[in-house]
Design a protein around this ligand. Structure first.
Ligand code: ASP
Length: 326
């Protein structure tokens, strides 16, 4: 029987009514009492490094999770992290960069309703995650609502329904039908050894353009970050009025990346003059088909690895765990 480590972190799945709203109260052994079938799927150990609503997640928590998986990597066949849904896509993306080439599944799951509710998605999601973690698959993935989504491609697209997560610009890796894992995307083992990284630079800021946004927003954002992601419109472009501010940021050595507010199909900065000039003048980085969650966490990881703009560019443009097809 495979051995799986369940890493419980809180979230709705482990929450109870407190009188002032839902808050995480259940520990991993309480969660497992609701899914007796787990015992027939795998041997389980549990650990609870923190117990939070995932609204409170930070890069320090991602490094803690990485440390736990690294320490226990040889002892287990796979890892399941129970997590709040609100920031699960960020954690899944961050772990995809912090733990690369993993030959053992690292699965994130959670629920829209607490496991103690009579009607809940928590039991199915937890059991599906254990099944997927035993499937011998590799990489970091989100298992939710019967879907298996690459850790760099997940986005929470519904606040209430059970099918809360969507795979953005990439097919779902697999589906779980009852007890069967049906694989859609073939394994992609690059033959490299697993690598664990221990540093993130969280001085990253995401600036969403709205028509008429103050010019100072650019300079202020630039003051307290090393990497700025500009969430532009459509395939991409920066309005004329902000070009001086952009010049200034780039001269100060900030890494600037252009993303798009449109969820599907990604950026293509060279299509319009408002974008093409940025490509010519600064060789500006863009996100293409990457999610915003993957973009910001990849930037934290790349800035944590190097201060050299060319190396940061190279790291950002390298495809990792299916994050970038372009
Ligand atoms: N606020 C909760 C959290 O992210 C929501 C959830 O888990 O579904 O922890």
């Amino acid at each position: 029987m495979k051995k799986i480590l369940l890493i419980a972190t809180g979230g709705t799945i482990a929450s109870e009514q407190t009188g002032s709203g839902l808050a995480p109260r259940l520990h991993p052994e309480d969660l497992l009492r609701y899914v007796p079938d787990a015992a027939s799927i795998c041997e389980l150990d549990t650990v609870q490094p923190f117990h939070i609503d995932s609204t409170n997640i930070s890069p320090a928590h991602w490094l803690t999770l990485t440390g736990i998986i690294e320490e226990n990597y040889e002892k287990y066949d796979g890892f399941v992290i129970s997590h709040g849904t609100d920031t699960m896509a960020y954690t899944a993306a961050a772990l995809s960069y912090l733990i690369q080439n993993t030959k053992k599944p690292i699965v994130l799951t959670g629920a829209q309703k607490p496991i103690s509710n009579e009607s809940t998605d928590a039991k199915t999601n937890l059991l599906d995650s254990l099944r997927f973690a035993c499937s011998g698959d590799c990489g970091v993935a989100v298992v939710f609502g019967g879907k298996v989504i690459a850790g760099t491609r997940a986005r929470k697209t519904k606040t209430k329904s059970y099918d809360a997560f969507t795979s953005i610009n990439f097919p779902e890796i697999a589906a779980i039908h009852d007890t069967r894992v049906v694989r859609y995307v073939p394994f992609s083992d690059n033959g490299r050894e697993p690598v664990f990284y221990h540093r993130l630079n969280s001085r990253v800021f995401l600036l969403k353009l709205i028509p008429g946004i103050a010019q100072e927003a650019f300079s202020l954002a630039g003051e307290f970050c090393d990497g700025l992601v500009i969430e532009s419109y459509g395939v991409g472009g920066i309005p004329d009025v902000y070009l001086d501010e952009l010049d200034d940021l780039i001269q100060k050595g900030k890494t600037v990346i252009m993303a798009t507010q449109v969820t599907q199909e990604g950026s293509d900065i060279k299509v319009y003059e408002v974008g093409e000039r940025l490509k010519k003048r600064y060789h500006l980085l863009e996100t293409y088909d990457m999610t915003l969650e993957a973009t910001v966490t990849k930037l934290m990881w790349a800035l944590g690895r190097s201060e050299d703009p060319e190396e940061i560019r190279r790291l950002f443009c390298t495809s990792i765990n299916y994050d970038l097809l372009f």
